[in-house]
Design a protein around this ligand. Structure first.
Ligand code: AMP
Length: 216
């Protein structure tokens, strides 16, 4: 099954994508994680993406599309995948559709995790991430067993540079302008489903599983 996660940054789509990946044994492809790994390794791609990411802006479509298409043509993607953070613009969605159509394939489900901006701004202030395995925590609602340390791999948790309030507000503005139109785009394709991102993560995941099981 090929699944797209939609929703504003911080709505909880990454957390749901990880759970889906575990439950259904599908690769979790986060374009943000791929960019961050390239930044850390100081690759050419990382250098190209850095200035956009630091400001909370979108990396240009041509760079992002080439990177994503390369990733989904890898062997581990042949039974499906979960795209988290892609597409973020209509041209990205069109490029994906076209590349899949060439192989007689299509996206099966676009899952929109909905949450209002004020809720997201509060949530992002407490978000901590593992720079090593990308696990996500929260200082109030999803604490690790040992403060500041990842439960899964023992690395020291960090606050992402782009999770500060000013950058989050910019990311939300860009989300509404550039990414939100994808909700109607996938509604027209009859593959859109919505869940309430303000509920607890486990409760959201129960609904997500119902949706996936119904559609698969
Ligand atoms: P994320 O971890 O999904 O919030 O992504 C972090 C940052 O990576 C974003 O703010 C963008 O700068 C960049 N990025 C990730 N995915 C995309 C995409 N599909 N298109 C453009 N930029 C992206």
């Amino acid at each position: 099954m090929k699944i797209i996660m939609l929703g504003a940054p911080g709505a909880g789509k990454g957390s749901q994508a990880s759970r889906i990946a575990n439950e259904y044994h599908l690769p979790h492809i986060s374009t943000g994680d791929i960019f961050r790994a390239n930044l850390k390794e100081e690759t050419e791609l990382g250098k190209q993406a850095k200035s956009f990411m630091d400001k909370g802006e979108l990396v240009p479509d041509d760079i992002t599309i080439a990177m994503l298409l390369d990733r989904i043509h890898k062997e581990d993607c042949k039974n499906g995948y979960i795209l988290d953070g892609f597409p973020r613009t209509i041209p990205q969605a069109e490029a994906l559709k076209e590349a899949l159509a060439k192989q007689g394939e299509k996206i099966d489900l676009a899952l929109d995790v909905e949450a209002p901006d004020d809720f997201i701004i509060k949530r992002m202030a407490g978000r901590r991430t593992c720079p090593n395995c990308s696990a996500i925590y929260h200082t109030e609602t999803l604490k690790p067993k040992k403060e500041g340390i990842c439960d899964l791999c023992g690395a020291e948790l960090v606050q992402r540079k782009d999770d500060n309030e000013e950058t989050v507000k910019n990311r939300l503005k860009i989300y509404h302008e550039m990414t939100e139109p994808l909700i109607s785009y996938y509604k027209k394709e009859n593959i859109l489903e919505e869940v309430d991102g303000m509920e607890k993560l486990d409760a959201v995941f129960e609904k997500v599983k119902e949706i996936i099981n119904k559609r698969s």
